[in-house]
Design a protein. Structure first.
Length: 285
């Protein structure tokens, strides 16, 4: 099987499994990246070469995070085991263990500084919607006019992670910004996409990340904060304001409540009851 045939069959394999279109694009992009690195048919690539690619090239030379390397590993496994129908020894291509890590959340001061640094009104609208509605960047750039429900003040998120549809909140601020954005840019797309590039095509995820990094640098905010940190801030702020875990789970589109529970560790929750130690010591006095 040639590399061109692999790419063609992989497209069909992903469609048969109902992958979202942005997951398809991501997998195909990573596959082409892998093929470009090896410069030969993937049929000829040995397991040791794949190990070196993951460990030496991605982790040590490109300094990618463990999560990013795991993503490449997943693409390799899909390519070999599904598309090429080859059995690979996963023990020789292990995934990095996921470390329980506190979510990185911007402070109110950092958020204000960041949003003020956003010179391009379209990207400022997108970033504020991600924070105000808990959207993933892929969900934000793929919003359509029909997804905005100004009467019920909600946003319909179509085919989110795992192909799930859901509703989330539409802040008044975002609605006002969207109306101003329309007057400024007058976007027109046959399928109703809201955010378009200069060619009139739907905005790309990576282009949005480029602008996030640009404004993060301008605002002098630590580069550990990524665009996804805005979504983390939405969930954390909701919990701090008394929203239930189930409410946050539905708004975030989590399939497992354990993902939502992680935000409790970040939220600064003020207890409405007396501390048990203080109550105990009252009895000792």
């Amino acid at each position: 099987m040639t590399n061109e045939q692999i790419i063609s069959k992989m497209k069909d394999d992903m469609k048969m499994r109902g992958f979202s279109h942005w997951t398809e694009e991501s997998y195909l992009g990573k596959t082409k990246d892998i093929m470009k690195y090896f410069k030969k048919p993937m049929e000829q690539v040995e397991i040791e070469e794949l190990r070196n690619f993951l460990l030496k090239h991605l982790r040590e030379e490109r300094k990618l995070s463990e999560r990013s390397v795991n993503y490449y590993n997943s693409v390799i496994r899909f390519m070999y085991e599904v598309t090429m129908d080859k059995i690979i020894n996963k023990k020789q291509l292990p995934m990095y263990r996921k470390r329980r890590k506190m979510k990185d959340v911007l402070t109110k001061e950092e958020l204000s500084t960041f949003f003020n640094a956003c010179e391009n009104y379209m990207y400022k609208t997108i970033f504020m919607m991600i924070y105000g509605s808990g959207l993933r960047v892929s969900e934000a750039v793929n919003l359509r006019i029909e997804d905005i429900d100004s009467r019920k003040m909600r946003i319909f998120v179509r085919a989110g992670k795992g192909g799930k549809d859901r509703y989330t909140v539409l802040p008044k601020t975002s609605l006002e910004m969207l109306r101003k954005y329309y007057k400024m840019y007058k976007p027109k797309h046959p399928e109703g996409y809201i955010f378009l590039n200069r060619e009139g095509k739907p905005l790309k995820i990576e282009r949005t990340r480029v602008f996030f990094r640009r404004y993060r640098k301008k605002a002098k905010i630590d580069d550990k904060f990524v665009i996804h940190s805005l979504r983390h801030g939405f969930a954390t702020d909701l919990i701090e304001r008394g929203a239930s875990i189930l409410e946050v789970k539905e708004l975030m589109g989590h399939s497992n409540i354990r993902s939502t529970m992680e935000y409790i560790h970040v939220a600064k929750i003020e207890l409405s009851v007396e501390n048990p130690l203080d109550e105990l010591m009252k009895g000792e006095k």
